[in-house]
Design a protein around this ligand. Structure first.
Ligand SMILES: O=C1C[C@@](O)(C(=O)O)C[C@@H](O)[C@@H]1O
Length: 252
């Protein structure tokens, strides 16, 4: 399996890396949370720009905030994510608006990595991946099912599809309703990591899924999302709990 470098961290080796979402809704909030997040020393900060309505409506503002954010976090790698409403985000954007926004993130290099959702116009997704690579931006491609856990072969198909589209790291999050669902996600993860040459990220959400957020090294997920303050999805542990739990489960 290949590893993926995001600024100064390497995905796909050792303990799963920890990303903390920044869900500030104004520049002031974003910078204040960035300070707290940087102090907690995660491996990556995820800037959830779907929370930042004023920035989404104004590219100049978004770019200026990204610069200010970099000044606050220094060398901490930044993943920029616009999560669409269908997949659990907070703001509604049309298809073209979403794809144009991702292009703005990439061509202005607003982060070291960008989230690109799988379920958009395939040709444009492919172009965005190419563009990201030209700008030296790592692509984390994603799919979220907030209703259920898809069938095992569907999870594996989607992760492979992302890799085929050029994603550096395919990612899938889903909502379990039973222990069987969590096992489905874990088993699909274990098979996908054997089948694919890229690192992958998976998680089952909510309380039932917490086990999947801490056991990535065992089953094959290279990154987990933990919270400093506000969470961005159900079942996220605090960064301290996540770090401790990962350490308890470390493979030597
Ligand atoms: O894709 C993900 C995973 C996530 O949904 C979670 O369940 O931890 C949290 C999101 O912020 C992130 O973009």
């Amino acid at each position: 399996m290949t590893t993926v470098k995001v600024r100064n961290i390497v995905l796909g080796e050792g303990l799963p890396k920890i990303a903390v979402p920044n869900v500030g809704a104004t520049e002031e909030e974003i910078l204040a949370s960035a300070k707290e997040i940087a102090a907690a020393k995660p491996d990556i900060m995820e800037w959830r720009i779907d929370y930042y309505e004023a920035g989404i409506k104004d590219n100049e503002k978004l770019i200026a905030t990204a610069k200010a954010l970099r000044d606050v976090v220094g060398e901490l790698p930044v993943l920029v994510t616009f999560r669409t409403k269908n997949e659990g985000g907070v703001l509604e954007l049309g298809e073209d608006e979403y794809l144009d926004l991702v292009a703005t993130v990439v061509t202005n290099r607003l982060g070291d990595a960008v989230d690109i959702e799988l379920f958009h116009d395939e040709e444009r997704v492919k172009d965005l991946v190419k563009q990201a690579h030209n700008y030296n931006v790592v692509v984390i491609m994603s799919n979220h099912d907030f209703e259920k856990v898809p069938a095992k072969d569907v999870i594996e198909f989607r992760l492979k599809k992302m890799a085929d589209l050029g994603a550096d790291v395919p990612k899938l999050a889903c909502m379990p309703h039973s222990a069987d669902d969590v096992l489905t996600l874990l088993s699909a993860t274990n098979d996908a990591r054997k089948a694919l040459s890229t690192p992958i990220i998976t998680m089952a959400m909510a309380d039932l899924g917490k086990v999947s957020r801490i056991a990535g090294q065992v089953f094959g997920s290279c990154l987990s999302f933990g919270a400093v303050g506000k969470t961005s999805a159900p079942g996220q542990l605090s960064i301290e709990d996540l770090r401790n739990a990962e350490n308890y489960l470390e493979l030597h």
